[in-house]
Design a protein around this ligand. Structure first.
Ligand code: ADP
Ligand code: ZN
Length: 210
């Protein structure tokens, strides 16, 4: 099963991807995590991506499409995958179609902008292993320390308030049109993000079987 998770930054796509990953035992492919790893490793495309990411802009379609194309060839992706953060533009969705990737379902996690702003301001991440936390909604066991690997948690540069505003603008302008794109293919299912993560997860699993 090949799935796409769609939603604004901070809607909780990553968390729901983990839920589906456990349910179906297929890997999550997060272009955001792959790009951050590339930035950290200082690869050529990492260097190109960094400026766009820090500003809350999208990385160019060529770069992300190239990364994605290589990733889905890996052995672990042969029984299906969950795309988290890809596609983010109509040309990226068209590229997937052109690669012959058959998408079974697109799950949109819908959360209003005001809620998103509140959520992202409390988000903390581990740059070492990629785990994410929230000071109110998903605190780490010890404040500022990653439960998984024990490294220090930080605020992602692109979670700063002004950057969040431009990420939301980018989402509405460039990514939200994908809802229409996949609705026209009869693949779109919308899940309303809930206060409690467990409630959203239940709705996601329902959407999966719908
Ligand atoms: P979030 O969903 O929280 O915005 P991600 O971790 O998915 O964050 O992505 C972080 C950043 O990486 C984005 O703001 C963007 O600059 C870049 N990025 C990730 N995926 C894509 C993509 N498919 N196309 C273009 N840029 C991307
Ligand atoms: Zn960690």
């Amino acid at each position: 099963m090949n799935l796409i998770l769609l939603g604004a930054p901070g809607a909780g796509k990553g968390t729901q991807a983990e839920v589906i990953c456990r349910e179906l035992n297929i890997p999550t492919i997060s272009t955001g995590n792959m790009l951050r790893a590339a930035v950290k490793a200082g690869t050529e495309y990492g260097l190109k991506a960094k400026a766009a990411m820090d500003a809350g802009d999208l990385v160019s379609d060529d770069i992300v499409i190239g990364i994605l194309k290589d990733r889905i060839k890996e052995p672990d992706a042969q029984n299906g995958f969950i795309l988290d953060g890809f596609p983010r533009t109509v040309p990226q969705a068209e590229a997937l179609d052109a690669m012959g990737v058959k998408i079974d379902k697109v799950i949109e996690i819908h959360v209003p902008d005001e809620k998103i702003q509140q959520r992202l301001s409390g988000r903390r991440v581990c740059l070492d292993c990629g785990a994410t936390y929230h000071v109110d909604f998903k605190p780490s066991k010890t404040e500022g320390v990653c439960d998984v690997c024990g490294k220090q948690l930080v605020i992602r540069k692109d979670d700063e308030p002004e950057t969040v505003k431009s990420r939301l603008k980018t989402y509405h302008e460039q990514t939200a049109p994908l809802k229409g794109y996949y609705e026209a293919q009869g693949k779109l299912v919308t899940v309303e993000g809930q206060e409690e993560v467990a409630d959203t997860s239940r709705l996601t699993l329902e959407a999966l079987n719908a």
